[in-house]
Design a protein around this ligand. Structure first.
Ligand SMILES: *Cc1c(COP(=O)(O)O)cnc(C)c1O
Length: 365
């Protein structure tokens, strides 16, 4: 049977060129000096994508490893951490900060829209004694993009280090790490870059390095320890054997992203079209404002449930769609328009199919 069209918000369709790269003959990544150059070039390509001069690392784990590595390496016991929360991932960041001893304060903003910058300004006016702040660029479960470009410079005015989870945004939303003063930003291979799941990448500012390398207490991890990576290139040394085939795949996917004339504009246009078609057909979107370029979240009418819609989409149309997590569990369906899935024809067939499923079930929207 043909593989389904995966229209979930990650993992996304993998282009044939990327699949070919995954099957290329390998070398010994610890002993072959050329691999150190290849890894470095790949990091340099990421610097182009992220618009930064900061160091970039690729780590052998899914996006969550990038998030955990940022927390494990930056946060020391009793460090005051501000967790900016307007969704499932924003809230979850706080748990990671606590795991590494951070004393977490939440700034809560409405879950159905992007972070309220004016309220955040007021909050920071009175509470700003934080070492680190965490925030999420695109809240994938709700389909909301946050104004990282305004929030990070604002936090830096108070000398707060900024950590941004941009797993579902990088490659689909504009990112300017240096202009926006992002100390650590992290992404994943399986969303807009359309490489297989399993790798994370992050950029680390000089200020973040200073904090990481001058801690009073040791970093309580090896795999999530960024400090062990410092000077890997000068030393020609990796902390562990690199997943060379996955890195070939990621590099090929990244080259495709960078070689496209304007991939962000494609995401912007396709997400506009997605919302337009959905609304024309009477579907209701979850966010009231702050729509993401990379994922659309549609409210499920009460008379049905996710499993029913999911099964019919898969069995009758061979299309895989996403559901809700956290507070949106069983309340929404999600369509990803990320990377290789972000094309009008794929979106049109997905929405047509969804419409058929609803009509078939006699569910009015
Ligand atoms: C996908 C994603 C991650 C990685 O989480 P998984 O559930 O393991 O895929 C992290 N942060 C955000 C915002 C994501 O969209």
């Amino acid at each position: 049977m043909n593989k389904p069209l995966i229209m979930t918000p990650g993992p996304t369709y993998i282009h044939q060129k990327v699949r070919q790269a995954l099957s290329e003959e390998i070398t010994n990544p610890d002993l072959d000096q050329k691999f150190y150059e290849y890894y470095k070039e790949t990091c340099d390509r990421f610097k182009e994508l992220l618009k930064t001069k900061n160091d970039v690392l690729i780590l052998d784990g899914e996006g969550i490893l990038g998030l955990e590595a940022a927390c494990a390496s930056l946060i020391e016991p009793d460090d005051k951490v501000l967790c900016i929360d307007n969704g499932v991932f924003g809230n979850g960041f706080g748990e990671f900060a606590k795991m590494y001893g951070g004393e977490v304060t939440y700034f809560n903003s409405s879950y159905d829209r992007s972070i309220d910058v004016e309220l955040l300004k007021k909050f920071l006016n009175e509470n700003n004694d934080f070492k680190v702040a965490t925030l999420v660029h695109c809240e994938t479960p709700s389909g909301i993009t946050n104004p990282v470009d305004i929030i990070c410079p604002l936090l830096k005015e108070y000398g707060i280090l900024t950590v941004v989870d941009s797993v579902s945004a990088i490659g689909g939303e504009e990112v300017r790490v240096d202009d926006w003063e992002i100390d650590i930003i992290l992404g994943g291979s399986q969303k807009c870059l359309s490489a297989p799941p399993g790798l994370t990448f992050l950029s680390i500012s000089d200020e973040a390095w200073t904090k990481i390398l001058n801690r009073e207490s040791p970093i309580r991890s090896y795999y999530a320890n960024l400090a062990i990576w410092k000077d890997w290139y000068e030393k020609k040394w990796f902390p562990y054997t690199q997943p060379i085939s996955d890195i070939y795949g990621l590099r090929t996917a990244l080259d495709r992203v960078l070689d496209e004339e304007n991939i962000i504009l494609r995401h912007k246009n396709v997400s506009n079209i997605t919302r337009k078609i959905l609304m024309e057909k009477g579907f209701k979107l979850y966010p009231s404002q702050g729509y993401s370029n990379t994922v659309s979240t549609i409210i499920l009418p009460e008379k049905t449930n996710f499993k029913e819609i999911y099964n019919k989409m898969l069995d009758e149309h061979n299309i895989l769609i996403g559901g809700g997590i956290g507070f949106l569990k069983d309340k929404v369906v999600r369509i990803g328009h990320m990377g290789e899935n972000c094309y009008e024809d794929k979106i049109r067939s997905t929405i047509e199919a969804l419409n058929d499923v609803f009509e078939d079930l006699n569910i009015s929207l």
